[in-house]
Design a protein around this ligand. Structure first.
Ligand code: ADP
Ligand code: ADP
Length: 236
């Protein structure tokens, strides 16, 4: 089934005031675990608004968002938070690592928020994820001792620690050089294949979107194009 489904999702800001504006005009979208998608579109087209809705940081004005089969419109805040933690891993342009924590502790953080003290198998999984992103030897280092690309790799490991079926990334390579960006993108690819999680990457980088299986283009709050179901271009 779908990991994520949006049905007729509309979003207005400043509802009930003279400046009320609708910025998403009825979004229909379904993502399954086999999807590796880029979300693209000009500035102001509604990408951040859509991500905030998917991330349960904000609610649609109308329409329904279903995560892991659970319609979210009727949920209380605490139920919403639990569902988000279970369903979603997030990677941001600026990684938001905690400077005082080691790489390993940063990766463990989502679990500590969830259930306090990390269990031994949590530590093992965190170390394995750091190994997977090529940072096994750097687990004890603080973010400041790592390069920008290495920090972003830690953030990816952290996003995956709770086994989310959907990995969402907001401009994850926005401040990385081309070669480092390619390495980070390759990690998303690899985790999509090995962990079987759906991936949704918001990006302005055509090199990333061109190499995604599916491109969803937002223009003026509407999906102008969605390549779902179309054959992917030949690799190369
Ligand atoms: P993108 O991420 O594609 O640049 P956004 O989702 O940030 O687009 O913005 C979509 C539209 O919604 C823009 O016109 C923006 O000005 C407006 N907008 C975004 N956030 C708010 C807000 N908190 N209050 C009012 N308008 C907003
Ligand atoms: P918790 O309620 O589990 O403590 P937070 O509310 O701190 O979690 O959110 C967890 C992290 O995920 C925060 O850094 C929050 O800003 C981020 N987050 C979740 N969804 C989004 C989103 N759509 N866009 C940006 N950040 C998000």
């Amino acid at each position: 089934g779908a990991v994520l489904a949006l049905e007729g999702v509309r979003k207005s800001y400043n509802v009930g005031t003279p400046t009320e504006t609708e910025v998403l005009h009825g979004i229909d979208l379904q993502l399954s675990r086999s999807d590796f998608c880029a979300l693209i579109g000009p500035s102001g087209s509604g990408k951040s608004t859509l991500l905030n809705l998917i991330g349960q940081l904000d609610s649609p004005t109308s329409g329904e968002i279903t995560l892991l089969g659970v319609p979210t419109s009727g949920l209380h805040d605490d139920e919403r938070t639990l569902l988000r933690r279970r369903a979603l891993g997030f990677v941001f342009q600026f990684h938001h690592l905690v400077p005082a924590f080691t790489a390993l502790e940063n990766v463990l953080m989502p679990l500590m928020i969830g259930h306090g003290k990390p269990r031994p198998d949590d530590r093992e999984r965190a170390q394995t994820l750091l190994d997977d992103v090529g940072l096994g030897e750097h687990a004890h280092k603080k973010p400041a001792e790592l390069s920008g690309g290495q920090q972003q790799r830690v953030a990816i490991a952290r996003a995956l620690i709770a086994h989310p079926p959907l990995l969402v990334a907001d401009e994850p390579t926005g401040n990385l050089d081309t070669q480092t960006a390619d390495g980070v993108f390759a990690l998303f690819r690899r985790f999509h294949e090995t962990l079987g999680c759906a991936v949704l990457i918001v990006t302005h980088d055509p090199r990333l979107s061109d190499r995604s299986d599916r491109r969803i283009t937002l223009v003026d709050g509407r999906i102008a194009e969605d390549t779902a179901g179309q054959p992917s271009p030949a690799p190369g």
